[in-house]
Ligand binder design. Sequence first.
Ligand code: CDP
Length: 224
Amino acid sequence: VLIAIDGPAGAGKSTVARALARELRFCYLDSGAMYRCVGLLSLRAPMRPPGELAREANIELAGSRAGSARGRPGETSAGDRVLLDGRDVTDAIRAGEVSDAASRVAADPEVRRALVARQRELVARGDWVAEGRDIATVVVPDADLKVFLTAGCDERARRRARELGSDAAAVLAEQRRRDQRDRARAHGPLAAAPDAVVIDTTGVDARLIVRRLAELALGASASG
Ligand code: CDP
């Protein structure tokens, strides 16, 4: 079973996707963490073609180890660490400049080709909640359940500012820039799949969203 959750920055994807994976005892894939890793590499090596960096990078997501796909569900969700070439970059990839670099390299078709291939490999076995921008449209177009989460700009910026402990106005500007870039790119743009369930999370408790998605997931796995 695969549940795809896409949406813009700060729409609550990570919170909801992690909690849903925990509840359903599915594995969790944070595809954004992969783009963030390549963004980090491109900041360190600005002269290297990002596609090359993406192909060479060894990205390990604690929540998505192939071995845990069935064996040890549940433990895949909380406090996931991200390893890049063996180093823990969990916190480093959340920096503002890395968010920006991630959305820049994410427009590169070579980067997308490399990362989409890895994402498909990961989710080929086991049950998954995968989140990103293009999961339902490109990575797994035959996902059992497709969800597109949105929220008002101000609320999205407020949430992210609270998480990062930074200024809401600055976060708002950064998110706008990134969302525009993510929507406008030719390859794998941020977009809802035609058959996605669109949920506006503005003012809604994440627990309610998780409950609703768990119900939808049960329906989808029963009928699929
Ligand atoms: O957490 P947040 O929504 O702010 O971002 P993220 O999911 O960590 O993704 C960071 C950046 O990676 C996005 O702005 C996109 O440009 C890119 N991304 C992508 O292009 N495709 C995905 N499936 C996931 C992320």
